[in-house]
Ligand binder design. Structure first.
Ligand SMILES: *Cc1c(COP(=O)(O)O)cnc(C)c1O
Length: 401
């Protein structure tokens, strides 16, 4: 194949950057010189504003303000304040989301709450492709609740498996290996029709693809703070409970922060109203500072722009690789509408390829047994980055002996 026959070139990628309405967002992150960072679906990049934010927290707020800062610096309200900012990104309403505990804890909390509300329907239905921690959380919940069982079926078998016994349909919207996206709207509707609740894991969706929690009637959702939301290593996750439902569901992990009046120190449990009842402990303020800095970068970004850039990046990556290499098999759905914000390729020597790429500053990751996985974070990636990664990937595959 001669160079001139290629459609997807670096010049074309440069033109796409010139037309990119989100191009200026990159300056709001600290990206190491010479690095093409396609690991943002694992750990998002560092927001440039975070260091100033942490200095204020360590100086005025905690340093000088001490205990008075729980109220004076808005620490007490942080889980709901940050939650409201995330709500916009997932199409939820204000007061429907909190950010406080980890993703896996949130999943366990949501599953326990849902299972308790559907005692006559003892099956948690999921897909065999779900992320391991999700499967562990669900088997953990089943072990705690007599009669409850986890049933995992292949993705294609889900619609026919939503029967009378299913109390909770529990799925991860975007597959962590392939980026394949479930039909969240259709499956949520199918769950409701059968009398089940729908719980969605949005780890690879929040900050990358629109979810429309409210318009699609999602009952419960949990997601990660440190991937596309750029909240920093181990940042708190978030929990969404549909407004109407939060009156019916009980937080299974009771704690004083979820009490209607924590500072009355009364011995009897009385849950707070709405999403606040799902709080348990004193909020992790240092972690929430990171998450808030990450989420604030989205403040002036429309989800439609974000999604369309993400789809363009994906198309560029897939096409540039496909026209340069016959050895890499696309493991993600080809139509952009069916993918989240990542692209994976299959190769028997995927681990070596990912290592070679890392040596030239192109960061992706390996997922066993044979996937090279690349996250396409639309806030800070340029089209030329994605183009360079595509070329690097093809070269790394071609160089294997
Ligand atoms: C990243 C990820 C998690 C992470 O769980 P933590 O409790 O934050 O470690 C959970 N589920 C899915 C689908 C993920 O991609």
């Amino acid at each position: 194949m001669t160079q001139t026959s290629l459609t997807w070139t670096r010049e074309r990628a440069e033109e796409m950057d010139l037309e990119d309405p989100l191009a200026e967002k990159r300056a709001e992150f600290w990206i190491p010189e010479g690095t093409v960072y396609l690991g943002g679906n694992s750990l998002g990049a560092l927001p440039a504003a975070l260091s100033g934010r942490l200095q204020a927290l360590a100086g005025d707020e905690w340093g000088r303000g001490l205990v008075a800062s729980w109220e004076g610096a808005g620490w007490m309200q942080a889980p709901e304040r940050v939650g409201d900012k995330i709500a916009r990104l997932i199409g939820a309403g204000a007061g429907e989301v909190i950010a406080a505990d980890s993703t896996t804890v949130g999943l366990t909390q949501a599953l326990l709450a849902a299972v308790s509300a559907r005692r006559d329907r003892p099956t948690i239905l999921t897909s065999t492709t779900n992320f391991p921690t999700d499967l562990y959380a669900a088997t953990g919940v089943a072990a705690l609740c007599p009669g409850v069982a986890l049933r995992a079926v292949a993705p294609d078998d889900l619609p026919s498996a939503i029967g009378d016994d299913v109390g909770v349909l529990f799925l991860t919207h975007v597959d962590y290996r392939t980026g394949a996206m479930f039909d969240l709207r259709g499956l949520t509707a199918a769950a409701h029709l059968a009398g089940a609740l729908a719980l969605w894991d949005l780890c690879h969706s929040a900050g990358a693809v629109p979810v429309g929690c409210e318009e699609n009637g999602v009952d419960l959702a949990v997601g990660c703070g440190y991937k596309y939301l750029n909240g920093g290593p181990g940042a708190p996750g978030f929990l969404y409970v549909r407004r109407e439902l939060s009156k019916q569901l009980a937080n299974p992990i009771r704690g004083w922060l979820g009490h209607a009046a924590p500072f009355e120190f009364s011995a009897g449990w009385r849950p707070a109203e709405g999403i606040r009842s799902f709080l348990t402990s004193s909020p992790p303020i240092l972690g929430l500072a990171g998450l808030e800095a990450g989420v604030d970068v989205f403040a002036d970004v429309g989800m439609a722009d974000l999604r369309s850039k993400s789809m363009r990046l994906g198309e560029l990556f897939v096409e540039a690789v496909s026209e340069r290499s016959g050895e890499l098999e696309l493991a993600s759905p080809r139509p952009a509408e069916e993918r989240g914000s990542q692209v994976s390729f299959r190769h028997s020597r995927a681990a070596e390829i990912v290592e070679t790429l890392a040596g030239s500053g192109i960061v992706g990751d390996f997922r066993p047994p044979d996937l090279c996985r690349f996250g396409l974070a639309p806030l800070y990636l340029r089209h030329v980055d994605v183009f360079d990664a595509a070329v690097g990937l093809c070269e790394a595959a071609a160089a294997l002996d």
